[in-house]
Unconditional design. Structure first.
Length: 122
């Protein structure tokens, strides 16, 4: 066990179980970090170079401004090997939804479910 894992506690290591993020855009980095205006700072703790090569993420739209959608598209699994950034497109406004992280490209093993909100009018 590494010193950092010992300091964080074994139970806190790994994928964040219920991630919540919001911003003009939201990026899940290939190293486990999150870039957003608010919410969780990590989708994987502790951050680890290249950890994204073992995970995929998708969004599912649940609400927001009529006509505004997630880009890249909802419902598609995106590899996190190079990170992924979501933003609102299709008009001015916001888009809310579910953010899932899986340990396989087909999404058979979902390891985290949370919420995502992006707003291109910020």
């Amino acid at each position: 066990m590494s010193f950092l894992t010992a300091m964080l506690g074994a139970a806190s290591a790994g994928v964040t179980q219920s991630i919540t993020v919001a911003g003009a855009s939201v990026t899940l980095g290939a190293d486990g970090t999150v870039t957003a205006i608010s919410g969780d700072a990590f989708w994987f703790k502790p951050p680890s170079a290249g950890i994204g090569s073992q995970y995929w993420a998708r969004t599912t739209r649940t609400g927001g401004t009529t006509g505004v959608v997630f880009s890249p598209a909802s419902g598609t699994w995106h590899a996190l090997s190079a990170g992924e950034t979501w933003f609102a497109s299709g008009g001015a406004g916001n888009c809310q939804g579910t953010l899932e992280i899986a340990s396989d490209a087909a999404g058979s093993t979902i390891v985290s479910t949370g919420t995502i909100s992006v707003n291109n009018a910020i």
